[in-house]
Design a protein around this ligand. Structure first.
Ligand code: HPA
Length: 271
């Protein structure tokens, strides 16, 4: 990845009308409907953006959208790139760097995840307070990383406490249950074994998924404040493990989506 490539991606999007977005939003699996909230949307397919990874995503539409929500200029990723699709970590996080170069000052992230903490139920949402990277690599492990920020990026507070507190207050006010916890990222795409779920619990994880952490590392590298929410789509009980059902995961994400949209919209209004 080079600055020249980033500049070309940004120039293409500016030319399409992506004018100084304030907030970037990443919509996870089964959570793409928030794009219906965008006023005067401009949409660009990932495959048309110079130097974007080529979209092959099965369950995602693969579009970058621009417009306003609650009067604020936003850029929205409908669908993201995953390590399990064969991309590398620099590819997976390229869109975060592009949104930052377009001018965003805050980043909202969503994902679908499994509940490791069995006090949490499918259909719950969880505010991510911290994470564990089990993807076996870093999106900052490339030669010219220092051109983009500190190589040894600080990760002492990866999720912005102010935005997180605000989201929590909104959830309380709106009567929306919001769990809090630690998200662990794995490569996937296979789901976990019973022994792996036991291990993840011992490690201190409350939820497990296959995304988000690389994006959060890069956003921290760029000193971009983040708020992130998992929609819990399955319960990872090693003593009573049900076979995975990806259709059900997507259905549960879809059922919970209106609550997530409400939280994000209210947060956009307030920041
Ligand atoms: N494991 C990993 N990723 C997931 C899960 C899970 O149980 N559920 C949704 N995404």
């Amino acid at each position: 990845m080079t600055k020249k490539q980033l500049n070309e991606s940004v120039a293409y999007l500016k030319n399409k009308g992506f004018d100084q977005p304030e907030i970037g939003i990443v919509l996870g699996t089964g959570l793409g409907k928030m794009v219906d909230e965008i006023k005067n949307p401009i949409e660009v397919h990932y495959n048309n953006i110079p130097f974007f990874p080529l979209a092959t995503v099965e369950f995602h539409t693969g579009k970058l959208l621009y417009g306003t929500i609650e009067g604020k200029k936003v850029v929205v990723m409908q669908g993201r790139f995953h390590l399990y699709e064969g991309y590398d970590l620099v590819d997976v996080t390229y869109p975060i760097r592009v949104m930052h170069a377009l001018g965003i000052q805050q980043l909202f992230i969503s994902n679908a995840a499994g509940a490791i903490n069995l006090d949490f139920k499918k259909g719950d949402m969880m505010l991510i307070e911290d994470h564990i990277n089990l993807q076996g690599g870093s999106p900052l492990a490339f030669k010219n990383v220092a051109e983009f920020g500190d190589r040894f990026a600080d990760m002492s507070e990866p999720y912005d406490p102010k935005m997180s507190a605000k989201l929590n207050a909104i959830a309380t006010r709106e009567g929306i249950a919001l769990q809090k916890g630690v998200y662990v990222s794995v490569v996937g795409p296979q789901l976990e074994t019973k022994a792996e779920y036991r291990m993840l619990k011992i490690l201190g994880a409350d939820a497990v998924g296959m995304s988000t952490v690389p994006e959060v590392i890069v956003a921290n590298h760029l000193r971009l404040p983040i708020v992130a929410v998992s929609v819990l789509t399955d319960e990872c009980d090693p003593d009573n493990l049900q076979p995975v059902n990806i259709e059900e995961i997507i259905a549960i994400a879809g059922e919970t989506e209106p609550k997530m949209i409400k939280l994000f919209k209210e947060l956009i209004k307030e920041i």
